[in-house]
Design a binder for this molecule. Structure first.
Ligand SMILES: C[S@@+](CC[C@H](N)C(=O)[O-])C[C@H]1O[C@@H](n2cnc3c(N)ncnc32)[C@H](O)[C@@H]1O
Length: 207
């Protein structure tokens, strides 16, 4: 396994993503999130909420190797999935030949998404950015949302140490970061697969 914290350089806090995919050299199992399956916290939410609805336009942020994007597409959504890493996007395009998902290399901090998406899905990208970069990401996430935003991340209480990469987030940080959207649901849960890992799963809607 390649550890993100071994590659992380606070002077260039986003560079390690491309580096980890490059070093993996096509071997999924050495990437910490390369588990080859859709995120279980996403699957539980989609099944419980009967989402996405057929034809919904969905944006997957920091899509990695594409398992969540493909899962959402199999459920009938029109999916755009993007990642900062050009190597990750090339990997998705090779891995998912014939897929309906539109894979795009883009930086969350810069990309513009026009009228926005019915559903934006953000899983584990915010927590992989240091606080000063993360603060810029919230406005960009908001701007991509026409309907709803689903966030899944590591969670902590205010008094807890945020730790290092991947940083654990507080409810207050998320709520204060996304003031242009209305918080519709907030779950504080134990990961169903990585038992003992505290997660937040939350949904915001366009006001
Ligand atoms: C911790 S991984 C999680 C990947 C995927 N969401 C998953 O759960 O399997 C974070 C992903 O976000 C991507 N990423 C990081 N910063 C980004 C940015 N500013 N814009 C777009 N993607 C970014 C990384 O390249 C990486 O694929």
């Amino acid at each position: 396994m390649i550890e993100g914290r071994d590659l992380y350089d606070p002077e260039r806090p986003l560079d390690w993503f491309e580096e980890i995919y490059r070093q993996a050299n096509g071997e999924m199992g050495v990437i910490p999130w390369g588990d080859g399956m859709p995120n279980p916290n996403l699957v539980v939410w989609c099944e419980r909420e009967a989402r996405p609805r057929a034809g919904e336009r969905v944006l997957v942020v920091g899509c990695g190797l594409g398992d969540d994007a493909e899962y959402l597409a199999r459920r009938g959504a029109a999916v755009t999935a993007f990642d900062l890493s050009a190597t990750a996007i090339e990997w998705c395009q090779k891995r998912w030949v014939g897929s309906s998902v539109r894979y795009v290399q883009a930086n969350l901090l810069e990309a513009e998404w026009g009228e926005g998406f019915d559903l934006v899905v953000e899983i584990y990208t915010l927590q992989a950015m240091p606080p000063e970069v993360r603060a810029q990401a919230y406005a960009k996430l908001e701007a991509a949302v026409k309907g709803e935003l689903l966030v899944v991340c590591r969670g902590r209480d205010e008094a807890d140490d945020p730790g290092g990469l991947p940083w654990r987030l507080t409810k207050a940080e998320l709520v204060n970061g996304l003031t242009g959207l209305a918080l519709a649901a907030f779950e504080d849960i134990d990961d169903p697969v990585k038992v003992g890992t505290r997660r937040f799963r939350a949904v915001w809607t366009r006001r």
